[in-house]
Design a protein around this ligand. Structure first.
Ligand code: DMJ
Length: 645
């Protein structure tokens, strides 16, 4: 087909002029005719020139061919004629001179015929095009375009390369044995069913549920589209709890409705931990391809977020346009440590499953960039500007804005079967600085993790920070200088402090943030810090501590929390957060968060299951509690990883 760009678009068909038409249009029409003629003339002259030049070209056939020695690379393999040396060496011909000369002449002749025919065809096509109107040409281009699109659609997404399924261990019933524990576990499964059924009935397909208004709900982290966040987030919990009909129902919705070609601006971090993490976990647990395919489709849509001057991704990206930006509130246009630092686990799995090195390279680039930066007091500030590559405000926390960055360093090491020692070392160094500057004991003897703000320690701890108890316990084994005992102890102390923050409230549910100041110990002061929104972090730490110590108090504390949730957060349309845990008559926030099904109920269920359900030697839970299998990277090279590990 003639390249549309070469077409003379101004060369419309000459309009038939009615008598009495003004002379100006007639003049323009005459000009077009001559333009057209000149163009045709130039085109024919050019073709004739090429055609003629061909006959004057030197005869290259007598020259040695392939003398650059590149043929082995560019041409798979050419069988050398008998008696000839391998191409690239001297060609030795055995008494066939005349015969070969004759063959060359014939080849040349047929080549010339072919070129002649091609040129004539091109000339003919050009003539035809010139005789068409602009509208006709437009219509032709449009038809071609639609045909290409149609063909592309028919082809569908390219199938992913098959890769060996990592060892999937411990996906079993996890029956705890003891009847009283089993009873508790059954109660948790019943709570899961109530949360799911309510969402199924009132919020199906929406991101979350408003359990009092009994309708769908969404926050800006998912954009303005209905992406079924609760379905994706809940899948693996349903699977582990043996709720297989519900799982199937969710799978069907995903197959038929989950589409990422939407004009929605979403949080890269949230979509990664909830959707990609959720889909990957559902894939590994069930083996259903659809989850893997959807995870990869979504990941493709997140990649444009990395198109920044430094490669540090934007916080948000529009799934359709690929345009990214940062939160308006984040220190002078910064990206957030806990957001761009919480992609590693999922992205390594994406590269493993697709063979596409891009994912791995993106997250390794972030790691390398951070490694080169100066850190005030060895601490990582929560804000980093993706344009300049400089830190924003010097605020460090192990809670909101910082938390899962540290978690993913440790888990990158665990997930690599402990071969990613760079990640482990970075984690150890970061924790050492945190212990030195952020971890203190209160007057009443409670260990807490404060927040570092421009050289000053704020003696306040967030509910989010409570996950760190579990993280310290998980990282104890393998810590430097044989400090395993110390970190397990630190995990226990944080678990205790966080339990106190629950125990010192009226509802026995923890506030969003609590202080250790002016005689205050683990209690919230400000009204806007007294809410509980069904968060998992405290229960998460109980579960890890249970796995590592089997101290029954962790099951006891977990059960207290489960009962409190069932008593104060349960409503007929699901579960809701409460606005004040110190009030005996709390009001609801009317949101059933998707992480309640993904994390809070899953950790509770695991707490009352036997340890052989999802053993920690084989699975690593992402920050949204989606389990990903350990990859035995010692036997595996990830595409794009050469020389980087
Ligand atoms: C979850 O989405 C994840 O755990 C995240 O890392 C932080 N907080 C929420 C739940 O509180």
């Amino acid at each position: 087909m003639t390249t549309p760009a070469l077409l003379p678009l101004s060369g419309r068909r000459i309009p038939t002029l009615s008598p009495g038409a003004a002379s100006f249009p007639h003049h323009r029409a005459t000009l077009r005719l001559s333009e057209k003629f000149i163009l045709l003339l130039i085109l024919s002259a050019f073709i004739t020139l090429c055609f003629g030049a061909f006959f004057f070209l030197p005869d290259n056939s007598k020259h040695k061919r392939f003398d650059l020695g590149l043929e082995d690379v560019l041409i798979p393999h050419i069988e050398a004629p008998k008696g000839a040396k391998h191409p690239g060496g001297q060609v030795v011909i055995h008494g066939q001179g005349d015969h070969d000369e004759h063959r060359h002449r014939e080849e040349e002749e047929s080549l010339r015929d072919k070129i002649r025919a091609d040129h004539e065809r091109a000339l003919q096509e050009a003539k035809e095009k010139l005789s068409k109107s602009r509208d006709e040409l437009r219509a032709e281009i449009q038809t071609e375009k639609s045909k290409v699109l149609e063909d592309l659609k028919k082809e569908g997404p390219k199938p992913l390369p098959p890769v060996p399924m990592p060892k999937v261990v411990g996906v079993n019933d996890g029956d705890p044995g003891e009847p009283d524990i089993k009873e508790k576990r059954d109660k948790i499964r019943e709570m899961m069913k109530h949360a799911w059924d309510s969402y199924r009935q009132y919020g199906w397909g929406h991101n979350e549920l408003k359990p009092l208004a009994k309708k769908g709900h969404s926050t800006n982290i998912f954009g303005n589209s209905q992406m079924g966040a609760t379905i994706v987030d809940a899948l693996d919990s349903l699977y582990m709890m043996g709720l297989h009909d519900e799982f199937k129902d969710g799978q069907e919705w995903i197959e038929q409705n989950l589409d990422f070609s939407v004009n929605a601006e979403v949080s890269v971090f949230e979509v990664n931990i909830r959707f990609i993490g959720g889909l990957l976990a559902a894939y590994y647990l069930s083996g259903q391809e659809v989850f893997k395919v959807k995870a990869v489709q979504l990941a493709e849509k997140l990649l444009p977020a990395f198109n920044t001057p430094t490669g540090i991704p934007w916080a948000m990206v529009n799934l359709k346009s690929g345009v990214g930006r940062n939160w308006g509130w984040a220190s002078a246009g910064s990206s957030i440590l806990a957001e761009f630092g919480t992609l590693h686990m999922e992205f390594v799995h994406l590269t493993y499953l697709t063979g596409n090195p891009a994912y791995y390279q993106k997250v390794m680039h972030i790691r390398k960039l951070l490694a080169k930066m100066d850190r005030p007091n060895g601490l990582y500030p929560n804000y980093l500007n993706p344009r300049t590559g400089r830190w924003g405000q010097h605020h460090t926390s192990v809670g909101g804005l910082g938390d899962s960055f540290y978690e993913y360093l440790l888990k990158a090491w665990l997930m690599s079967d402990k071969t990613d020692t760079e990640a482990r070392k970075t984690y150890d160094d970061a924790i050492e600085a945190i212990e030195r500057h952020l971890i203190r004991k209160s007057n009443g003897g409670l260990t807490f993790i404060g927040e570092w703000k421009n050289g000053h320690l704020e003696r306040k701890m967030g509910h989010l920070t409570c996950f760190a108890g579990g993280m310290f316990a998980l990282g104890a084994d393998g810590s430097p200088d044989d400090k395993a005992g110390h970190y397990l102890q630190l995990g226990a102390e944080i678990a205790h402090t966080c339990h106190e923050s629950y125990d010192r409230t009226v509802l026995k549910l923890g506030p969003e943030a609590f202080k250790f100041d002016s005689g205050l110990e683990a209690v919230a002061v400000r009204q806007n810090e007294k809410y509980y929104i069904l968060r998992p972090e405290v229960i998460e730490t109980y579960w890890y501590m249970w796995r590592f110590t089997h101290d029954p108090k962790y099951r006891q504390w977990g059960w207290e929390a489960a009962q409190a949730i069932d008593k104060y957060c349960r409503v007929s349309g699901g579960f809701s957060g409460v606005k004040d845990v110190y009030s005996s008559n709390p009001t609801y926030d009317d949101v059933q968060q998707s992480f309640f099904l993904a994390e809070t109920l899953k950790y509770l269920y695991l707490l009352f299951s036997s340890d052989d359900l999802m053993p920690l030697e084989s699975w690593v839970f992402n920050t949204e509690a989606h389990p990903l299998p350990v990859l035995h990277l010692a036997n595996l090279t990830l595409p794009g990883s050469q020389g980087q590990r």
